[in-house]
Design a protein around this ligand. Structure first.
Ligand SMILES: [Zn+2]
Ligand SMILES: [Zn+2]
Length: 149
């Protein structure tokens, strides 16, 4: 009987090592495993993470990296805040916006849209992968300008 590691089927989620599919690694051990395993593949070139060009990742690891990238987390934080609506900051804003309304009839759209709009307007995007330092600088300058408008 073979038991392929389908994440849905196993409580301990096993991932295939991007370098060698026969390495089945627990998700929380993958990072440690990759540090060791990538040493066996010095010839594989690195690519920039789509969320942060300063993250240089060996190509086979990219999809794993993207799933754990801290910069991606900061992108998705906004979504999570909207979904859970549980941070103090969000609560204050929710209260201000709904203080004259019945809590039972709080319109979800109204409670979080202004906050979400501000967050996305203030978000500084990263320069495209592969940009030269001068291009990156220009990109950032343009982003800051956009951000101030
Ligand atoms: Zn491996
Ligand atoms: Zn990254």
């Amino acid at each position: 009987m073979t038991t392929p590691a389908y994440p849905e089927d196993s409580r301990i989620e096993l991932l295939s090592c991007p370098y060698n599919k026969s390495h089945q690694i627990q998700r929380n051990r993958m990072q440690t495993h990759l540090i060791k395993c990538r040493k066996s593949y010095p010839e594989i070139s690195k690519v920039a993470c789509p969320f942060n060009v300063t993250h240089l990742i060996k190509e086979p690891e990219l999809s794993y990296h993207v799933s754990i990238c801290a910069d991606r987390a900061s992108f998705e934080k906004f979504k999570i805040q909207d979904d859970l609506d549980r941070t103090d900051e969000t609560r204050v804003i929710t209260y201000e916006l709904t203080s004259d309304q019945n809590w039972d009839s709080v319109c979800v759209e109204k409670t979080y849209n202004p906050r979400k709009y501000m967050d996305s307007a203030n978000l500084i995007r990263h320069a495209p992968a592969g940009a030269k330092p001068s291009e990156r600088k220009e990109f950032r300058a343009a982003e800051f300008k956009r951000h101030k408008q």
